[in-house]
Design a protein around this ligand. Structure first.
Ligand code: C2O
Length: 501
């Protein structure tokens, strides 16, 4: 069966989610975009219709389904310059994909320039009626979604220098310093019930310290992967990460602050400040008022990533020791202060005009032919790849995301953090930490196609902090990936390319 939304119309609309009106990029007329939901095993068939008209922002578009593995459907991954040409204004394109074994919390966003910062972002949830984990939490309701987003008063192409967000939006609503007291988002609960809340960071830049006053959070999922339950008071959630946690509505009937404190922006508040970076958890029967202005409680127990362990098949691929992968890749991140570009192993990524997948399908014989040179890494088939990334490059901590695969986090951020091969968390976005940190991940190349690996701070991706892993050889990709003709015609250049060899 197909999820309820089969069309996403992308258009420009004036929005004032924090009381300040600006032109934005919206999906189906709303920000965040509508929830796309499906049951495990469903096929998604989504017609993305580009009705963008505002020249102060990008007018092409493409939509990435963040965390969906796109097994043998790399062409539907939605990355402009890697897996497709952007959809031109006035055109449309149907994405079709079936995530066979995936369930959990995902999202979708534009993957063209910094367009998602202008609004094109929304939640995507795959429900699992036979969730093997249900016995662990036994919740009464699993429909609550909490999205966190940074918001800017300027269109993203007009942002110069270091971007500084104006407001934190929780479920699409927020306040900014000096702005009007707009009504905050309300998350409703009934006393005595247990809930699965899904927390999604749709941030373009900041990470958030997330907590709900008076309530503990029992984490059961990270980035679409079930984890053994871990109970904390606070989560530092990085750009594009997701968590499910169980919340027990067992406190006194009343109103409680939901807080998401960003690490960057004009809205950083050290003391608690009248509903900025906040929403309200409201019990049924509580008055329709805001909670008292009290500071963030002290001594909150913060989630430590190394306490997260997969619920099933916990071991990392490869052998359980250093050097136990088939291929080891060390990345060296840099910043070129003259060009204002980030580099990976000396190269700043710039999207090629012919998408990498089209280069492959239309005849490139070898990775050395693929553009952009230096940013494309070809990986052998069905091997274990280990990637080590140092923290510390300017503008961090940087959250790195791999398309097409989840990975095991052998070493999490932190000075001298220990290696874990037996039960490391699996996820698709990892914080690489600050100077002195060295994060190591592993994954197996069992999904053919070019997959981007990049910093998910969108302004950093725009400034070159990305590479492409191509798994695996050209012949195998040609056998596995067959995009529809509509895909080829997204690229005006298509008919001019030499015929496939
Ligand atoms: Cu959430 Cu490259 O994407």
């Amino acid at each position: 069966s197909i999820g309820p939304i089969s069309s996403l119309v992308i258009s420009n609309q004036a929005l004032a989610p924090d009381g300040f009106s600006r032109s934005a990029v919206v999906a189906q007329g709303s920000f965040p975009g509508p929830l796309m939901k499906a049951a495990k095993g469903d096929t998604f068939r989504v017609n993305v219709v580009n009705k963008l008209t505002d020249d102060t922002m990008l007018r092409g578009t493409s939509v990435h389904w963040h965390g969906i593995l796109q097994q043998n459907s790399n062409w539907a991954d939605g990355v402009s310059g890697v897996t497709q040409c952007p959809i031109a204004p006035g055109n449309s394109f149907v994405y079709q994909f079936t995530p066979p074994n995936q369930a959990g919390t995902f999202w979708y966003h534009s993957h063209f320039g910094t367009q998602y910062c202008d609004g094109l972002r929304g939640p995507l949830v795959i429900y699992d009626p036979h969730d093997p984990q249900k016995y662990l939490y036994d919740v009464d309701d699993e429909t609550t979604i909490i999205t966190l987003a940074d918001w800017y008063h300027k269109p993203s192409p007009a942002i110069t220098g270091i971007p500084s967000n104006d407001a934190t939006l929780i479920n699409g609503i927020g306040r900014y310093p000096g702005g009007p007291k707009v009504n905050l988002a309300v998350v409703n609960v009934v006393h005595g019930k247990r809930y699965r809340f899904r927390l999604i960071s749709m941030s373009c830049d900041p990470n958030y310290m997330f907590s709900i006053d008076g309530h503990q959070l029992t984490i059961i999922e990270a980035d679409g992967e079930n984890v053994q339950p871990v109970t904390v008071d606070q989560i530092q959630i990085f750009t594009a990460q997701r968590y499910s946690f169980v919340l027990n509505a067992n406190q006194q009937i009343g109103n409680y602050w939901v807080r998401a404190l960003p690490n960057t922006g004009t809205n950083i508040t050290t003391s608690f400040d009248g509903g900025i970076n906040s929403a309200i958890l409201r019990y049924k029967g509580a008055p329709n008022i805001e909670p008292k202005l009290i500071p963030v409680p002290r001594n909150l127990k913060l989630l430590d990533e190394t306490d997260l362990h997969p619920l099933t098949n916990p071991a990392a691929p490869g052998k359980p020791f250093a050097g136990g992968a088939d291929v080891n890749i060390n990345l060296d991140l840099g910043f070129n202060a003259t060009a204002l570009e980030f580099t990976v192993n000396g190269t700043a990524y710039e999207p090629p005009s012919v998408p990498v997948l089209l280069q492959i399908l239309s005849g490139a014989q070898d990775a050395r032919d693929l553009l952009p040179r230096g940013a494309v890494f070809t990986l052998p088939r069905n091997k274990v790849i280990e990637v080590t990334i140092p923290g510390g490059v300017i503008g961090g901590p940087h959250p790195f995301h791999l398309h097409g695969n989840t990975f095991s986090v052998i070493r999490s951020a932190g000075i001298d953090s220990p290696a874990n091969y037996r039960s490391p968390v699996r996820r698709d976005v990892v914080n690489i930490g600050d100077a002195g940190s060295e994060v190591t991940i592993r994954f197996r190349t069992d999904n053919p196609g070019p997959w981007m690996f990049h910093c998910h701070i969108d302004f950093h991706l725009q400034a070159g902090l990305a590479i492409i892993f191509v798994a695996d050889d050209v012949k195998q990709i040609k056998q596995a990936i067959s995009p529809p003709d509509s895909w080829k015609h997204l690229c005006p250049i298509y008919d001019a390319l030499p015929p496939s060899a």
